[in-house]
Design a protein around this ligand. Sequence first.
Ligand code: FES
Ligand code: FES
Length: 171
Amino acid sequence: MTDHEITLTVDGTTEELTVESRTLLVHALRDELGYTGPNVGCETSKCGACTVRLDGDAVKSCTVLAVQADGSEVTTAGGLADGTDLHPIQTAFHEEHGLQCGYCTPGMVMTASELLENDPDPDREAIRTGLKGNVCRCTGYQNIVDAIETAADDLAESGTTTQQTCGGDQS
Ligand code: FES
Ligand code: FES
C-alpha cells in the first residue's frame, strides 16, 4: 500500500498527514484529523451526510480520495461557527427545528451554505432541488426547508458570508 504525505487546510487550520492511496477524504477528516462534522452514512454518494466545502464546492467527501484533496481548503460544518457563536445557517436549523437525530445535519448545513451562496433568496422549490442529494431519515424535510428560508433572511440582514469560519484565517 502506497502512503502519501498531504496537506489540507481544514476550517482554517493547516494539517499535514499521511494517507494511503485508498483513503477517502471523509476518513482522513474524521479518523486521522478528528473533524467530526462530516458523518459517514452510505459511503456510496447517496446520503450527503459527509458533505463538506472543498475549495468552495459542496462535495460528498466519501466520493473524494484524500490524495485528490492535497493542497485544498476544506470547510466542515464545525468550521462555519465563530467560536461558540453559531453561523446563521446553524442557528436557523436550531430555531426552526430542522433536525431530529442530527445525523444528516452537517451535510444539510454545508449543502445549504453553497445553495445560499449561489442563490441568496431561493424559493422553496429551489431549496428542495438544492437538497436533492442529501437524505434525511427523520424530519420530512419541511423544517429543513423552513430553516434554509430563515437562514437566507438572516444572512441578508447580517451580511454574513455562507463560508464564514471561525477564527480561522481564510485569507
Ligand atoms: S456517506 Fe457520503 S454520501 Fe453518504
Ligand atoms: S435529522 Fe435524522 S437523518 Fe436527518
